[in-house]
Design a protein around this ligand. Sequence first.
Ligand code: FCB
Length: 449
Amino acid sequence: MSTRHFPDGFLWGAATSAYQIEGAWNEDGKGEGIWDRFTHRVYNILEGDTGDVACDHYHRMSQDVALMKTLGLPSYSFSVSWPRVLPQGRGAVNEKGLDFYDQLVDNLLAANILPKVTLNHWDYPQALQDAGGWPNRDSVDWFVEYARMVFDRLADRVTLWVTHNEPWVIAFLGYALGIHAPGLCDYSQAYQAIHHLLLSHGKTVQLFRQGGYQGEIGIVLNLEGALPASQREADQAARQRVYEETASLFLDPLFNGHYPGMLFDWIGGHQPRVQAGDLDLIKLPIDFLGVNYYRTEAISHATSGSLLKAEAAPLSAPGWGQTEMGWGVNPAGLTATLLDVKERCGNLKVYITENGCAFRDTPDERGFVADWGRVNFLRAHLLAALDAIDAGVNLQGYYAWSLMDNFEWAKGYGPRFGLVRVDYDTGRRIPKQSARWYSEVISQNGINP
Ligand code: FCB
């Protein structure tokens, strides 16, 4: 069969985030982050893993950029660690921390790799958490001040910006379910955090435009597939609640200036306090929406458990099984998600900002991993992305998660998502079969089905 091509100018890349790869948790003046605090407390993370050293990227940055160049990556998506550049979250700047990102950007540009920068990929300053964190309305101004500082330093060279990565995860896993830092279990705080995350996003977009910074700015949402487990009315209603909490809770305010009514009725007293004018700021036009897609789930009604009274089970397409995360593999779910985004956001530019999988990798004696499972996963999802493009979705880029194996949050170093293997004992990087395959996809801007 002949190669299916992506549109000209399609942006290819791979992604990481600061806490997951950098290490150097307390070096060169970095402040404590909520993930430092959270991982240093026993029992929060599987096997007691921490990001103290992680992939040691802080010390291996130039070699890592050289590796990206070898792989032929046109773009690299990374995040800035807020506590590394503002140890107390606001006020005094840590110049050494900023220098690190400055050099990273210079190295990338010298290697002809377009930097894409996320301001908030979860490693929030502990000092700000101690002052109330995202549920505190002051957090909006703290974020804008941080964003201004980073723009002032990097926006002369960085033209692709993301405010927040997956605000759903920050708020619900961090504030309602206690699975992520800061480890709280309080839905009211979670919903207030959502509102302040969105408001800080809007105010940062405003700052970006008014400050005359050049380039594109957007936000990244985790939009997984959710289907009702059965035709039963209770399951369909549960599915609708899950959809509203994961998709509408963000798409409604970002694009239509209101919060989803059905969900807000359901959560009742947990609704956030919203002030006049907030929603106008939240819906300021963005340049793109970032979509992270990993899986699809079957939703059923459950009388116990979460506030939504809903339960999710992995839903794989026939023959696919599950990933090591216990996630259902469902490439068609990506097409469906992108079509839904088109329906709801019009012709807005979309990037797939994360997509990938963890399977149990078995290295040979040289450390090489023949990860054909990952190749198959990526190929199927890229074909699904092409289907969405054929159906009119304005999809203009794709970032594989992840460039390299790294610290997978509450699951520690067990699940390996990398295109490149990291030997955690020596820090050695060894490109896997999937990295070779991905390089080829990039060079021909297409795939062989
Ligand atoms: C996403 C996160 C990313 C990574 C992948 C597997 O939700 O944004 O940091 O952990 O999942």
